[in-house]
Design a protein around this ligand. Structure first.
Ligand SMILES: Cc1ncc(C[n+]2csc(CCOP(=O)(O)OP(=O)(O)O)c2C)c(N)n1
Length: 663
């Protein structure tokens, strides 16, 4: 039993590390760690199942600091409980270039950081994926191997963000009862009191979304422990509204927005030292308190060794499968399965939309890779994301493989990241490409974190037709390609679609977006190639009959247009080659020699893509010809729209010829 005094001193260790680190950095957010230190202390000393010496232990509880600006709370906890990479030196170098203690917690920088947070609401929305991942893995591997909680600390900002509603509604619907959220209910955000902008009854909101929710005093260790205990036995997810004071202990700034996001200053910190009766110099933790924290950090050693014992005793096939999946490795026959499938496609030459090709590829992939979890934001029949293996996950059956995310693109993308980060699963989810805008903040974070989330974006151009410009993506390919470490694939036929899916599934540290058509496309890769040509990002699909006068680069549905233009140009005596460019990002990673050879030196370079030009100049040069969109689309049939916007073989050939004649 920890005495109240001991608890207070342990919590104060967090407070002073946070205050002093922010002061030294002259930047950061001391208010949240000071206000939430009691919640964190109770959680990390009494409940959280974790082992700092084995930070990747798969059955650890997850702790997610959704209010990422309070990063010093997490860094302090990691240091105090004994995570080896979170040294006091790292704390002293808070926010400095090259340190693990980045401004906001970044996944992969230090162990114990489960996800990157900072954009408010993301951690909370990720946590739905974490908690769902736990249930899915539990259904597959049983209580002995998978049985843990997901705890989240969220602030007013997280709850004001729209994504929070998507997340809590989904979690409530799925009855993720092992998800426990603490709300740092301090009534302060940057501009001042929360009441400047919000008067939501948050407890009622969570309850309305299928959660347990109640108010507690977030500075009372007993009340906190009692609430956590109750939450752990709940049949619904739980939100604990914890009344706290931002910057608690700072003599004049506590309870005000002045404690939110800037150093407190020497006087306030001196006042806090007096208030808490804390006479240790900055970054020095009294030995007995550090000992108490380190002891707390060893509190789950038995749980971990018991778990290891159970894993050792598990059936060998189950153990091997569990370990394979947790390591993120694919079944050993995966490549062969894809190769066989590609062979069949080149022989069958299906004329289908790439969204259908994607479904066909997924039918093969989901059959071979049991850890894929599919889903869509209410466009299952349009996104073609469901296959025969993926039945609906429900609160009564987590042992299935398909999530109906509802019309919640942002919540879906954030949950995909959570599922991926949980481990043991490969998650993909679909929507219309135009609505990637709604999912983009989480897609960007997947890239920043370097994780294997997969986004299926169908209806990828004006080719979707009558739904019109509200639904026709125009700038989205360019916008998504602009995200660093994001593979944007736009396959041209069923073979390329299979190849792009293969890469997406095999690429562990880069998320993928597949841009897929609504309209049917012919198979252009009619000759089987064992090599994954799409993995080069771009490759010559059709050679010129002689020294090329024209090179046409195209993607996806416009490959058909490019091949048509090539036929016309060849007929008119202009040798023309076509380069398919399924992925800019991968092409940029090829050797200079390969890139130079593939781009070639034809005097006329042209790109055809039913999107904006941005990004293409690095292949065709600023003097290259671009056939594509120059503004928004329009409502009409596909047969009308392509000619209307000048994206036809004839228009392309004519533009090339005009340029050839002017040379
Ligand atoms: C999406 C997003 N918008 C804006 C910000 C900038 N921001 C950081 S903290 C914050 C206020 C958060 O208030 P609250 O959650 O109450 O945190 P507290 O002031 O209690 O620390 C804002 C607007 C952000 N980090 N993310």
């Amino acid at each position: 039993m920890t005495s109240r005094e001991q608890h207070d001193r342990m919590a104060n260790a967090i407070r002073f590390l946070a205050m002093d680190a922010v002061e030294k950095a002259q930047s950061g957010h001391p208010g949240l760690p000071m206000g939430c230190a009691d919640i964190a202390t109770v959680l990390f000393t009494k409940f959280l199942k974790y082992d700092p010496k084995n930070p990747h232990w798969p059955d650890r509880d997850r702790f997610i600091l959704s209010a990422g600006h309070g990063s010093m709370l997490l860094y302090s906890l990691l240091h105090l409980t004994g995570y080896e990479d979170m040294t006091i030196d790292q704390i002293k170098h808070f926010r400095q270039l090259g340190s693990k203690t980045a401004g906001h917690p970044e996944y992969g920088h230090a162990t114990g950081i489960e996800t990157t947070t900072g954009p408010l609401g993301q951690g909370l929305a990720n946590s739905v994926g974490f908690a769902l991942g736990e249930r899915i893995m539990n259904a597959a591997f049983g209580n002995d191997l998978v049985n843990h909680y997901t705890y989240v600390l969220a602030g007013d900002g997280c709850l004001m963000e729209g994504v929070s509603q998507e997340a809590i509604a989904l979690a409530g619907h799925l009855k993720l009862n092992k998800l426990i959220v603490f709300w740092d209910n301090n009534n302060i955000s940057i501009d001042g009191p929360v009441s400047l902008a919000d008067n939501t009854d948050q407890v009622a909101r969570f309850q309305a979304s299928g959660w347990n929710a109640s108010h507690i005093d977030g500075t009372d260790p007993e009340a906190i422990a009692y609430a956590i205990e109750a939450a752990r036995h709940s049949d619904k997810p739980t939100m604990i509204a914890c009344k706290t004071t931002i910057g608690f202990g700072a003599p004049t700034k506590a309870g005000t927005n002045k404690a939110h996001g800037s150093p407190l200053g020497a006087d306030e910190i001196a006042g806090a030292r007096k208030f808490f009766n804390w006479d240790s110099p900055p970054f020095e933790i009294p030995a007995d308190i550090l000992d108490a924290w380190r002891t707390a950090g060893k509190g789950s050693v038995k749980a971990r060794t018991d778990w290891e014992g159970r894993l050792a005793k598990a059936k060998p096939e189950l153990k091997a499968e569990f370990e394979r999946r947790l390591a993120g490795k694919l079944p050993s026959n995966f490549d062969a399965v894809i190769a066989d499938y590609k062979k069949k496609l080149s022989a069958d030459k299906p004329k289908v939309a790439t969204r259908k090709s994607s479904e066909m590829a997924l039918e093969v992939i989901n059959g071979a890779v049991p850890e894929t979890i599919g889903g869509s934001a209410d466009l299952t029949g349009s996104n073609n994301t469901k296959t025969s293996q993926t039945k609906n996950i429900t609160p009564d059956d987590y042992g299935q493989r398909y999530v109906h995310y509802g019309i919640r693109e942002h919540g879906m993308a954030a949950a995909l990241n959570g599922l991926t980060l949980h481990g043991g699963l490969i998650a993909y989810g679909g929507t219309f490409m135009c609505f990637s805008d709604y999912a983009r903040p989480s897609m960007r974070l997947a890239s920043l974190m370097g994780i294997r989330s997969i986004f299926v974006m169908t209806h990828d151009s004006i080719g979707l037709g009558e739904d019109g410009p509200t639904h026709q993506p125009v700038e989205h390919l360019a916008a998504l390609r602009a995200i660093p470490n994001h593979n944007v694939f736009r396959p041209a036929d069923a073979v390329e679609t299979a190849e792009c899916w293969q890469i997406a599934i095999e690429t562990e540290k880069t998320p993928s977006t597949l841009a897929l058509t609504r309209q049917n496309l012919p198979t252009v890769r009619t000759e089987f190639s064992a090599k994954n040509l799409s993995s080069q990002g771009a490759y010559e699909l059709a050679a010129a009959s002689g020294e090329a006068a024209v090179t046409i680069f195209a993607t996806g549905s416009e490959i058909e247009v490019a091949l048509g233009a090539r036929d016309l140009l060849e007929k008119h005596g202009h040798p023309t080659r076509v380069v398919s460019v399924p992925c800019f990002e991968l092409f940029d990673q090829q050797s200079d020699a390969y890139r130079t050879k593939t781009i070639g030196n034809a005097p006329i370079k042209m790109a055809i893509e039913a999107g904006i030009r941005q990004g293409w100049d690095h292949l065709i040069g600023s003097d290259g010809i671009f056939i594509g969109m120059h503004g928004f689309g329009a409502s009409g049939t596909i047969e009308q729209l392509y000619p209307h916007f000048g994206i036809t073989a004839e228009a392309a050939a004519k533009a090339a010829e005009a340029r050839l004649h002017s040379k």
